[in-house]
Write a protein that binds this ligand. Structure first.
Ligand code: NAP
Length: 253
């Protein structure tokens, strides 16, 4: 039986891409999963697929940029499964791609609210529960863009850098309690986000060939592993899936 069997998890941004793959991978490991995103029909469908395969899953609509939504999401997990063990802060957006000097302040700020404040909101709502249990894992999905400035991505690079620092700060505050906070930088992954990036034509990432991207199953597998005790030594850090040592450790080719 998998070490995570019987635990309860929330995956944000589970309507497609990395989040959908992660929810399915956690369910395969025997975790009861709440799939959260704004697209109700997609998360319902993904939860149905998990249940048809014998897993436990629920769909909850949530806009992570709204704290009320995030609080309700965490409460739903506790009331449905009687526990709250794992939080995967995965929801994120790449739009609006464009130069800072011509950016629309509202949409730029919306992206920051989702990519950065959404992660803070998830941690703010989940940490008191996890700390009272002296147990729990939060995985924040980061990006290499946190460390490499890219033309047209000021909102994205800045919000991922902020999320990286949130991970490190949270670890300083909770490591002693038994709660782990860690980040995954997945590399480039074949999802809708990369389709939008390609269409923009801005910066070298848009020039990559779709075959350069890894399958969403890879970060999903990495996130499941980060939730296990085997990955405890990485708390407070950003684990990169470009790192061959990490790939070997997880068993990815
Ligand atoms: P994706 O296919 O575009 O999926 C993004 C997910 O985030 C969707 O499920 C979307 O669902 C959800 N989302 C967006 N805004 C939301 C909001 N306000 N509230 C709740 N959910 C929201 O992209 P992806 O590639 O899987 O990205 C997942 C994560 O990986 C992101 O944090 C991204 O920055 C990170 N990442 C991706 C890559 C890559 O190459 N793909 C590389 C590095 C990091 P709804 O639209 O239904 O709400």
């Amino acid at each position: 039986m998998h070490e995570l069997h019987g635990k309860a998890a929330i995956v944000t941004g589970a309507s497609r891409g990395i989040g959908a793959a992660t929810a399915a991978a956690l369910a395969d490991a025997g975790v009861s999963v709440i799939l959260a995103a704004r697209s109700e029909s997609q998360i319902r469908h993904n939860a149905d697929v998990i249940r048809e395969k014998g897993g436990q899953a629920e769909a909850v609509t949530c806009d992570v940029s709204k704290y009320k939504d995030v609080q309700a999401l965490i409460s739903h997990c506790e009331s449905t499964f009687g526990r709250m063990d794992l939080l995967i802060n995965n929801a994120g957006v790449i739009d609006p791609i464009g130069h800072l000097s011509t950016s629309d302040p509202d949409t730029w700020a919306d992206a920051a609210d989702i990519n950065f404040k959404g992660v803070y909101f998830g941690m703010r709502a989940a940490l008191p529960i996890m700390m009272s249990q002296n147990k729990g894992v939060i995985v924040n999905v980061g990006s290499g863009a946190a460390h490499s400035p890219l033309e047209g991505w000021s909102h994205y690079c800045a919000s991922k850098a902020a999320t990286h620092m949130l991970t490190r700060c949270a670890d300083k505050e909770v490591a002693e309690t038994g709660v782990r906070v860690v980040s995954l930088s997945p590399g480039t992954v074949a999802t809708e986000m990369q389709v939008l990036i390609k269409a923009s034509g801005i910066n070298p990432v848009s020039q990559l060939d779709p075959s350069d991207h890894i399958d969403p199953q890879w970060p999903a597998k990495a996130i499941v592993w980060l939730c296990t005790e085997d990955a405890a030594e990485f708390s407070g850090t950003e684990v990169s899936l470009r790192d061959q040592i990490i790939r070997d450790r997880i068993g990815l080719a």
